[in-house]
Structure formats: structure tokens, C-alpha cells
Design a protein. Structure first.
Length: 447
């Protein structure tokens, strides 16, 4: 049963410091918008969040692997059928490579259908002597460098909700409506094969899958799992007004769930133990993640477990480490050791993107494919040496053929970055680099 005090607790974050929140001009407008969001239908169901929690519990036990990925920042303009299909297709291809070549069930989570808000290292941006507020994601303001675009507009929260609904609807249709059927493994690759070594390598693997499917069918086996895919949505729980407005009491259990996405994570910049974000996340029953950067101490990790998963519920808490390729082998072991000793079940995921960003001479923010690989390799080494489970990867990628990260099979160099540099925030792996990564991670997983 829910009491008013449970509901009141959902607002306890309001009394705490909330960093990285937009400065809205008109509190009245924020109230009107959140009132509207509070009446809006849920984007996901509590039961689906519980199902994902069970899947993540399997990962924590070492029985499955998570693949989480998508744009650094989704945009409203990018919420189109083509863009969503291309991302999903890439995610499905990566998952199939990991499942087949790594022989492990893969839990698929998109950084999709809600990833519209960004924490920023500086509140303002200066260009040619002009200072304007930083772009904080389409849910807050526009990327264009004009005073009008950069004004925080609460009505954008409504548009974020609607774009999330549209995107999630497409994802549900693509994953349940036949497109994700394993017999489509070749079709996902069609526009890709000839031009790319990763596409060709994938095509060979798809051929093997075909033969395996034909064999199983001949034996009389045609399980339901081959015909559709379980797909989950996720984003950073950054804008607390938005997340609070989309929190509902589940009629089955009387417990609160944030129905804006299945999985929510707390970013590296907002994970303060006594801050508003951790407080809010401690109240909702979704599976949640916390990003851990290289300054995290083992005691920080234990305190986060105590705040966010005091009952040790399996699948509830995921630590997403983002240490940087040069640091992971030194900073991850003490964290993993102390957490293992405490006995709290956590999923360990590796975000090999955010610790490896640098600026190219051209001014483009970029990442080296080899650094990404090296961080993942370090992640596997550390977990293998401690006997813990390397549970998954969290990446920024897109289904399009962009030039934002350097290296990979296509050997993109810094001078190429300007060709198709389209990200609204951090540099993403393109489709070919994503597939390259999946093949290599599958090999690492098998050991
Ligand atoms: C992100 O995931 O885009 C991000 C900002 O990550 P972090 O919080 O790890 O810096
Ligand atoms: Mn990012």
C-alpha cells in the first residue's frame, strides 16, 4: 500500500543540491509543463522494468552480457524512422555478433527514446567573443549558437516526452513486428556489405547463423526467441523535474517507477552521495546505473550501494565504469575488490568512451578507436584476474556513416573528421566501427 509519506519521499530531492539543472526563466511555466507531464501516459510499464531487472540479475550472476548504446545526445530532428531504424539495426547486428561469436545471451538497451538532456563541463560557451548559455540537450535548449535558441524553454520537456514516445514506438514495432526476426540477419546488413570489411565479416557470420537456423528447423526447433527481440530504453536521469513528473505508483505493487524509460543512470557529474540525483534514484524501483570515473574511491562505491541498493536486490544496480584506457588497469581493481567483498550484487559495465575524449587539431572532439578497445581490454583483464564478471559495454554510436571517432577498419584519420561530423554532443562510433568493436569484444568475451 502506498502512503502519502512514500509519495512525499519522491520529492525529498528538492531539499538537496541539484547540479546541472537548467535555469528556467519562468517557474510558472515549469509548473504548467510538469503538471501536463504528470498526466501523460507512461512510456514504459513497471512490469517491463522488473523484467529488465531480472535480465540484469542474470548478468550480475555471469549468465548474460549487456549491450547498451546510442547517441550521446538524441535530437528532436533525429527522431525519424530512418535514423531510429539505422541505430536499432546497428544495435541488433552488434548483439547478434556478440551472441553468436561470444556464445552469450545479450541484453539490449538503447541509449534511445529519452536521451535528450546533457550535463556540461561549463555553463556557458564563448565563440568569437560572444558568451551564451551552453547547449544542454534538446529537452532544454537548442544547439544553434543564438540567444533565442540557447534560452532554456520548459516546453521542450513536452517535446522530449513526445519524441521519446515516437522513438520507443518505432523501436517496439521494429523489434516485435518481424524486423528483428533472426531470419532477417542478412537484411540488416544489406546496405552495408560491399563497402565495408566489417560488413563482409558480418555477412559470413550471418551465413553461419542461417545454416544453424536451418539445422534447428530441420530438427523441429523454432523457438519464439528467434522471432522477436527484447529491447529496453534508457537515458541519463538528469532533469529531475522531468523524471519526477513521469514517476508513477505501480498499481500492482504500490511502488514508484520512473516510467520515462526502463533503465536510468546517474552521470559522473551528478553522483554526489548527498545530492538530489542519488536521492531521487534511491526512491524509484527501476533498474539504475551509476557512472564511475577515475576519481571514484572504493568507499564511494560502497556508499552508493548502501544508498541505492541497501537490500542487495540483484539487477537493481549497475556500475558503469569510465576510467580512460590509461587508468582502468590501476583504478578499477580496488573498486571491484571492495565491492565483491561487501557481497552486494552489481553489474559491472564498461563505458570505454567518456574517459578517452580529446580535441583534434581541427577543434573536433574525438576518440581513438584503439583507446576504446584498450579500455575494454583493460576491463576484461581486471575482471578476469579478480574472478568477477565483465558484464557489458556502454557505448556511444550511431547507425550512420559518420566520421567522428578516428581509427577502426575504415582507418578514419583526424583530417577526415570534418567530412561527416554530425553529433549534437560527444563523438560516436559509426556503424562500421561499432561492428568492428562487437567482433573484438566477442573474442575478448570468449577469452
Ligand atoms: C554521457 O554518458 O554522455 C556522459 C555525460 O557520461 P559521464 O556522466 O560518464 O561523463
Ligand atoms: Mn557523451
Amino acid at each position: 500500500m502506498t502512503t502519502t509519506s512514500d509519495l512525499g519521499d519522491l520529492d525529498a530531492w528538492r531539499a538537496l543540491p541539484a547540479v546541472q539543472q537548467p535555469e528556467w526563466d519562468d517557474p510558472e511555466e515549469v509548473r504548467a509543463v510538469t503538471a501536463e507531464l504528470a498526466k501523460a501516459p507512461p512510456l514504459v510499464f513497471a512490469g517491463e522494468c522488473d523484467q529488465l531487472k531480472e535480465r540484469l540479475a542474470e548478468v550480475a550472476r555471469g549468465e548474460a552480457f549487456v549491450l547498451q548504446g546510442g547517441d550521446c545526445a538524441e535530437t528532436f530532428a533525429g527522431s525519424t524512422a530512418d535514423a531510429v531504424r539505422n541505430k536499432l539495426k546497428t544495435l541488433l547486428q552488434m548483439a547478434v555478433v556478440l551472441t553468436y561469436a561470444g556464445s552469450v545471451p545479450v541484453v539490449k538497451i538503447g541509449r534511445m527514446a529519452g536521451q535528450f538532456a546533457k550535463p556540461r563541463s561549463k555553463p556557458v560557451e564563448v565563440r568569437d567573443g560572444v558568451t551564451l548559455p551552453s547547449y544542454r540537450g534538446d529537452a532544454v535548449n537548442g544547439a544553434e549558437f543564438t540567444p533565442e535558441a540557447r534560452r532554456s524553454d520548459p516546453r521542450r520537456l513536452l517535446q522530449a516526452y513526445h519524441c521519446s514516445a515516437v522513438t520507443l514506438n518505432l523501436c517496439r514495432a521494429f523489434t516485435k513486428g518481424g524486423y528483428a526476426d533472426l531470419r532477417q540477419v542478412h537484411a540488416w546488413n544489406q546496405d552495408f556489405v560491399a563497402s565495408s570489411p566489417a560488413g563482409q565479416r558480418y555477412e559470413r557470420l550471418a551465413g553461419e547463423i542461417d545454416r544453424a537456423l536451418a539445422f534447428m528447423k530441420a530438427c523441429g526447433a523454432d523457438p519464439e526467441e528467434f522471432h522477436s527481440v527484447e529491447f529496453y530504453s534508457s537515458h541519463e536521469a538528469l532533469l529531475l523535474e522531468y523524471e519526477r513528473a513521469l514517476t508513477r505508483i505501480d498499481s500492482r505493487t504500490g511502488l514508484p517507477y520512473d516510467v520515462s524509460a526502463h533503465f536510468l543512470w546517474i552521470g559522473e557529474r551528478t553522483r554526489a552521495l548527498d545530492g538530489a540525483h542519488v536521492e531521487f534514484a534511491s526512491r524509484i524501483r527501476n533498474p539504475i546505473g551509476v557512472k564511475l570515473g577515475p576519481t571514484t574511491t572504493p568507499d564511494d562505491a560502497l556508499a552508493l550501494i548502501e544508498r541505492l541498493n541497501p537490500d542487495g536486490e540483484p539487477g537493481r544496480l549497475t556500475f558503469i565504469t569510465r576510467m580512460g584506457a590509461g587508468r582502468i588497469r590501476e583504478v578499477l581493481p580496488p573498486l571491484v575488490e571492495k565491492v565483491s567483498q561487501s557481497g552486494g550484487p552489481v553489474v559491472w559495465m564498461c563505458d570505454p568512451m567518456h574517459g578517452n575524449t580529446f580535441e583534434a587539431p581541427s577543434g573536433h572532439k574525438t576518440r581513438r578507436f584503439d583507446d576504446v578497445l584498450d579500455e575494454v581490454a583493460g576491463f576484461f583483464e581486471v575482471h578476469r584476474s579478480l574472478g568477477t564478471h565483465p558484464g557489458g559495454i556502454h557505448i556511444e554510436f550511431t547507425g550512420d556513416d559518420v566520421t567522428e571517432c578516428v581509427g577502426g577498419g575504415q582507418e578514419i584519420v583526424e583530417e577526415d573528421l570534418h567530412q561527416r561530423y554530425e553529433t549534437a554532443c560527444d563523438p560516436r562510433l559509426n556503424r562500421s566501427q561499432s561492428l568492428d568493436l562487437a567482433f573484438i569484444v566477442a573474442e575478448m568475451y570468449r577469452g
